[in-house]
Design a protein around this ligand. Structure first.
Ligand code: CP
Length: 348
């Protein structure tokens, strides 16, 4: 059973095939011609934190593919409380065809995958956000300079070493792109992440650069990406984080003036407008943030089709008709059956 927990679990060829599938499904969906590839399938969506994009994109993707999604909001089910994670994973697996989970701790999603008997999809943890970055690379392919190969693209992430930064660093270096993380030294990617990204680059031909100089970091960038400077639980650090990042690491027009004219701006959202990025950049001509958000929907469809599809039994209209007849016969005679209403009398 394969899960979608970390892009590191996949080869470059497998990731490219997911990107290609995303393109096929997007083209079909935009023409309202998407085949019901997941007809009758169900996705359990567990959220330990709120979500706009992840929740909506997965639910709409399931609906458009002919399936159904259940939103299990924070606190709605037993998840390691009053019931073991193993029991929860096993029980949910008996009722749905896949589980999407946004969990506070990365270990929770890996434990779900260990015990589940259906595919588990990571919808963000404190370590990574693989569904987001699959969509991000797809968006880069759509917006890259004409004719520029994927492997020549340069991506600069400015800001805190967030879970999105981690995943973007991994997928870019895995696929041969050139990735720069720019932040004050104490907020740069930790050594463990760098080791993975450097090992990826050694195989793919990509590269990893770490710098505290934002002007140099954007100088050759095709894509400039940022994310929040603090997350839930880091509120006590807001003053020191603001002092460390503002104003030097804010993505604003003055900084982007040092980037190539074609460079695009990306943000996974939600954004703190006026903090890590200005309104002028968010709403400006370089911004591709809403294309990026929309592409979550198309990338989720590819992940769902690739991971659920192979486990669904083929549907047989003949078999379905045979069962329908058998059940209808039973229902005519079972103990709770009500007598058929008398035929209306005919007036003469
Ligand atoms: N980018 C992202 O995952 O957004 P949500 O938190 O709204 O799902």
């Amino acid at each position: 059973m394969r899960h979608f927990i970390d892009t590191q679990d996949f080869t470059k060829a497998e990731l490219l095939s997911l990107l290609e599938l995303t393109g096929l499904l997007k083209a079909a969906d935009l023409q309202r011609a998407l085949p019901p590839l997941l007809a009758g399938a169900s996705l359990g969506m567990i959220f330990e934190e709120p979500s706009t994009r992840t929740r909506i994109s997965f639910e709409v993707a399931m609906t458009r593919l002919g399936g159904h999604a259940l939103y299990l909001k924070p606190g709605e089910i037993h998840l390691g409380v009053r019931e073991s994670l193993k029991d929860t994973a096993r029980v949910i697996s008996r009722m749905v065809d896949a589980i999407e989970a946004r969990t506070l701790k990365h270990a929770t999603v890996t434990d779900l995958a260990r015990y589940a008997t259906v595919p588990v999809i990571n919808g963000l943890t404190d370590y990574n956000h693989p569904t987001q970055v699959l969509c991000d690379v797809f968006t880069m392919l759509e917006h890259r300079p004409a004719g520029k190969p994927l492997e020549d693209l340069r991506v600069t992430f400015i800001g805190d070493a967030t879970n999105v930064c981690s995943s973007l660093m991994m997928i870019c270096t895995q696929m041969g792109l050139h990735f720069t993380h720019c932040a004050p030294e104490r907020y740069q990617a930790p050594e463990a992440w760098r080791a993975i990204a450097q090992a990826n680059s050694a195989v793919s031909g990509g590269s990893l650069t770490l710098t505290d100089d934002p002007v140099a970091a954007v100088a050759e960038a095709d894509f400039v990406y940022t994310d929040l400077w603090w997350w839930v639980g880091q509120e006590a650090e807001i003053p020191e984080r603001t002092a460390a990042f503002m104003p030097r690491y804010q993505v604003n027009d003055a900084l982007l003036a040092h980037a190539p004219a074609h460079a695009k701006f990306m943000h996974c959202l939600p954004a703190s407008r006026g903090v890590e990025v200005t309104d002028a950049v968010m709403d400006g001509p370089r911004s591709i943030i809403y294309d990026q958000s929309e592409n979550r929907l198309h990338a989720e469809k590819a992940i769902l089709v690739a991971f659920i599809g192979p486990h669904l039994k083929p549907r047989s209209p003949e078999l379905s008709q045979w069962h329908a007849g058998r059940i209808a016969d039973f229902l005519k005679h079972h103990p709770l059956a009500e007598p058929a209403p008398a035929a209306p009398s005919q007036k003469v």
